[in-house]
Design a protein around this ligand. Structure first.
Ligand code: DC
Length: 221
């Protein structure tokens, strides 16, 4: 199989930032699997579907019209021809994504789409079940965590940088609710693969975590 590093873990652990850094340094492709669940949730909202209409939501996931475009401004995520890069990052879209991600049909619909990101050059795949379900043969699996308070603080800073005001206790509550939902669903719950390297980043800087993953990668690839 092609080279794959999976980075799983709860919301806000820093998986996205680290995946981007590692992929850039190695010259590999990247899969932000959460964006596919967020895109499905957004498409479902656009269609005005009930969030419990499982068969209809599965059909949306299966037919998702998505393009990832890179230009000088970075990565643009296009849904049905419209740039939704910002819209899918809203907090409520994270919670909706988590809800529809518990539906077995939705997960099945997105499985092959995720596997198709595998590339000769190598892939860094970020999500909840990359090491357990989507790429169980990956050569390097990381399970990245940080305390709930630290994750909420990081998210708070990210939002502040974007000029969005947020309340820290609300963010802690939202993250805890999403973790609970992601870890307790029956299909592909959030959990480390048996052969995953556990990485608690609570006390680590972004640079330290990036270097740690790169060191592990150098010992394998
Ligand atoms: O990583 P994220 O916050 O963008 O993901 C949004 C939601 O999507 C997350 O709360 C659960 C779901 N998800 C999933 O179930 N499996 C994945 N591999 C990635 C995300």
């Amino acid at each position: 199989m092609h080279p794959v590093i999976t980075i799983d873990g709860p919301s806000g652990a820093g998986k996205g930032t680290i995946s981007q850094n590692v992929a850039r340094q190695l010259g590999w492709e990247i899969l932000d699997s959460g964006s596919l669940y967020r895109l499905t949730a957004l498409a479902v909202s656009q269609d005005g579907l009930d969030m419990t209409a499982e068969a209809a939501i599965e059909a949306v996931a299966r037919g998702l019209d998505v393009h990832f475009e890179t230009d000088s401004g970075g990565l643009k995520i296009m849904l049905r021809g419209e740039d939704v890069s910002e819209a899918i990052r809203a907090e409520d879209m994270g919670m909706k994504a988590s809800s529809i991600a518990a539906m077995p049909g939705v997960r099945a619909a997105l499985l092959e789409r995720q596997r198709a990101f595998s590339s000769v050059a190598g892939l860094v795949a970020d999500g909840r079940d990359m090491g357990t379900t989507v790429f169980p043969e990956a050569q390097l699996k990381i399970f990245m965590t940080a305390s709930c308070e630290e994750r909420a603080k990081r998210r708070h800073n990210q939002l502040k940088e974007k000029g969005i005001s947020a309340n820290l206790p609300d963010l802690v509550a939202d993250l805890a609710a999403r973790d609970e939902q992601d870890a307790n669903r029956s299909v592909s719950p959030l959990r480390p693969a048996d052969d995953a390297v556990m990485l608690d980043t609570t006390e680590m800087s972004i640079e330290q975590v990036t270097n740690k993953v790169l060191d592990l990668a150098k010992s394998i690839f």
